[in-house]
Design a protein around this ligand. Structure first.
Ligand code: IVH
Length: 695
């Protein structure tokens, strides 16, 4: 390649990678597979290695982080970063709005309400559309220079899109909140726990701890994201005249603005928004601690003005607290279905944000030791959404001498077998596979709705079966003596008959449910489905070596080993043999002919937009099993573009190239269908879905 051609290729690669980051981290609609993304990055990195003169700070390769910096330099904010006043109820909200209106000379005000994201405030400065530097809020006037750390965050554009129909300010300072999604936080902490490390208290602490790293390689490895909520300062061009337009501007140039911001024409509407966010709070995938309300019109904002370091034109409605103090009555141990000993604090009942909390997770013995949690301690307990409440900290000043340090039991509290903790693991286990506590949990899981779905077999009844010795493993459910069951106190003939029918019906569940029901460590619904799709029968899966299991997209090494270990355990093989003898189906029909079909071989698919019945990885997995290949971008060689909801630019490109566009229904039919249902060389005339031509 000549120099020009190399420069062009480098530019193209950067553009494609930036777009992929944007689709993944801002739009939440990934368009490339991990492998495709990696390949682009690898090519770019190689070109930059050979041509170091082409490396520039806004290249996506510069997001990877660098060795420790000495410390953080200080950055002066061009305008102070303010804090917000708070209101706690509707009355205070109305009073705030009235005051604002008074300062605006009695004008009718319109507002924007948006979630108050619980993360870390940052200011990002772009010069001529290129990310130049970024800082923490600090004392509001000057903050730490965390430019290199911010560069690693994929939802932060390093280069802005041109402004549609307008001009980019020469200097643009954008403000927002760096945060971590709840699910990412849980995953991060699970990884840290598995390595016996110190857990983060909550997503906010995890975000703060990750962002303020001297070694930006650590920052790069953490799942941080950015929501922007305003423009702090511009030079060269005026900022938009309303907050709403500012959010639209930010979205257009490539940022993720705070989600679901709403324009409100009255205080009533604002209050309705506050209530709506509060009700949805637990379901949000990020932490929010309130709703920020801003006067929309920037000119009126200036008229309304500021008190001390708070704007009078904005305020925050704060949600009710999620923490409370309580006393630990005792620390108990719950033995899970894998034999893990889960320590649990039994609390004096306490009301946290309207829910009575009586138990809190203590995670593992290292966590207990680190926080020095003891029975009879007074503790701060936190409840967030659906996750089980946990102990934040001990109030040591409330100790009266009756508190006793906690030690994990040396023997299983359920069966007395000596417990065991492996090197490098945080959890202690009961190694007895016949432990009744484990069996109870195994049965609960086996019969649950997402597993074998045995209706009518609740946890209490399952426990009775275990405790009475009617079942010794999950397979015994299929050989229960029904007369004996009917004779159980308070059960009776009719219930027993219903239950028997439910047990019978469960024999015919799809393979994925059975795999999930077996309770293999680390295997949940999603992995079970991947395994069922790939292997088609328990016979094949049971004999699969680690490398084959690992080769299934989305299944990592630890998981693959756990699967293989499970099937190598003689007791587990015995249970599976019993299930089979009892008539439980252990294979999916469409695989019974052999190792899967390949009726889509030679076809190349590209996926875009959101599918409703499958996740993107599942769709890709199933296409590959059917012999098709899946690519990230549309080209002349693409056989079909599968367009889900909100399909983007790929659909335009497919139309340009006359690549047939099909919808999800057509995709599912193709996946299921036999050879002759696969259309060949359909002419897409106007880009309309070709579903109609399928039989
Ligand atoms: S606006 C003048 N909007 O809350 C307005 N702040 O207590 C100043 N925050 O330090 C901020 N979400 O870090 C605004 N949608 C949002 C916000 C938000 C979170 C944080 C921000 C600020 C603090 C103010």
């Amino acid at each position: 390649m000549g120099d020009d051609a190399i420069q062009r290729r480098v530019d193209d690669l950067r553009e494609e990678i930036d777009r992929a980051n944007y689709e993944y981290y801002v739009l939440d609609q990934p368009s490339l597979t991990d492998a495709e993304y990696d390949a682009l990055m690898r090519e770019l990195r190689e070109l930059e290695a050979v041509h170091p003169e082409l490396v520039s700070p806004e290249s996506p390769t510069q997001r990877v982080g660098a060795a420790p910096q000495a410390g953080f330099a200080e950055i002066q904010h061009p305008r102070p970063m303010l804090s917000l006043s708070n209101v706690y109820n509707e009355e205070e909200l109305r009073a705030w709005a009235q005051r604002a209106s008074r300062f605006a000379g009695g004008s009718e005000l319109t507002f924007v309400a948006e979630p108050k994201i619980d993360g870390l405030a940052v200011a990002l400065t772009y010069v001529d559309g290129v990310f130049d530097h970024g800082a923490t809020r600090g004392d509001g006037f000057k903050g730490d220079d965390i430019t290199q750390n911010l560069r690693t965050i994929r939802s932060i554009p390093l280069r802005l899109n041109p402004v549609p129909g307008g001009m980019m300010p020469r200097v643009l300072e954008v403000r927002g909140e760096v945060y971590m999604r709840k699910a990412d936080f849980e995953r991060l902490n699970a990884g840290i726990a598995a390595n016996g490390g110190k857990l983060f208290m909550n997503p906010r602490n995890a975000a703060a701890g990750s962002l303020r790293q001297k070694d930006t390689r650590i920052t790069a490895s953490r799942p941080l994201r950015l929501f922007v909520y305003g423009i702090g300062y511009t030079e060269g061009e005026e900022a938009p005249g309303s907050h709403w337009e500012a959010l639209e501007f930010l979205r257009a140039v490539g940022f993720a603005p705070s989600p679901d911001a709403t324009r409100c024409d009255s205080v009533e509407e604002v209050w309705a928004e506050c209530e709506r966010w509060q009700a949805q709070r637990a379901d949000l995938d990020f932490e929010a601690d309130g709703v920020v309300i801003k006067v929309n019109d920037v000119r009126l904002q200036e008229e309304i003005g500021y008190v001390a370091r708070e704007p009078r034109w904005a305020t925050a409605y704060k949600f009710p607290p999620t923490q409370a103090t309580s006393v630990i009555k005792e620390i108990t141990i719950n033995v899970s279905r894998t034999g893990a000993l889960n320590p649990l604090a039994v609390l004096e009942p306490v009301n946290i944000g309207g829910v009575i909390v009586q138990r809190a997770a203590l995670f593992n013995e290292d966590e207990i030791a680190r926080k020095d949690i003891r029975a009879r301690d007074t503790v701060v307990v936190e409840r967030r959404g659906d996750v089980i409440p946990y102990v934040v900290k001990v109030l040591e000043e409330r100790r009266d001498g009756s508190q006793t340090p906690f030690a994990m039991p040396a023997t299983c509290p359920a069966c007395g077998t000596p417990t065991h903790r492996a090197d490098g693991e945080a959890m202690r286990y009961c190694p007895n596979a016949a432990c009744p506590a484990q069996l109870r949990e195994k049965v609960h899981h086996f019969v649950s709705r997402n597993a074998m779905d045995i209706v009518g077999l609740g946890e209490k009844l399952a426990d009775r079966f275990v405790d009475l010795g009617l079942i010794h493993d999950v397979a015994d459910l299929y050989t229960l003596d029904w007369d004996q069951v009917a004779a159980l106190e308070r059960l009776g003939d009719q219930s027993a008959a219903n239950l028997r029918a439910a047990v019978e019906a469960s024999k015919d569940r799809p393979l994925a449910r059975l795999i999930n029901a077996l309770g293999i460590r680390h295997v949940g619904e999603r992995t079970a489905r991947l395994l069922a799709d790939r292997f088609g029968s328990l016979d094949v899966l049971m004999e699969a070596p680690v490398k084959d299991v690992n080769a299934v997209g989305g299944i990592g090494g630890v998981l693959a080993e756990s699967v293989v270990d499970f099937f190598q355990e003689p007791r587990n093989r015995e249970v599976i043999a019993k299930l089979r003898r009892a008539g439980v189906r252990t294979a999916d029909d469409r695989h019974s002919s052999g190792n899967g079909s390949s009726h889509l071989s030679g076809k190349t698919f590209v996926l875009t937009g959101r599918l409703s019945s499958l996740t993107r990885p599942q769709a890709e997995e199933r296409l590959r099993q059917a012999g098709a290949s899946v690519s990230g971008s549309v080209s002349k060689r693409t056989s079909f573009l599968v367009a889900g909801e909100e399909a983007g630019s790929k659909a335009d490109r497919a139309r340009d190239l006359k690549v047939p566009i099909i919808d999800e229904v057509a995709l599912l039919r193709m996946l299921e269908g036999a050879e002759d249902t696969v259309p060949d060389g359909i002419e897409a005339t106007d880009g309309a879905p070709v579903e109609a031509v399928l039989p």
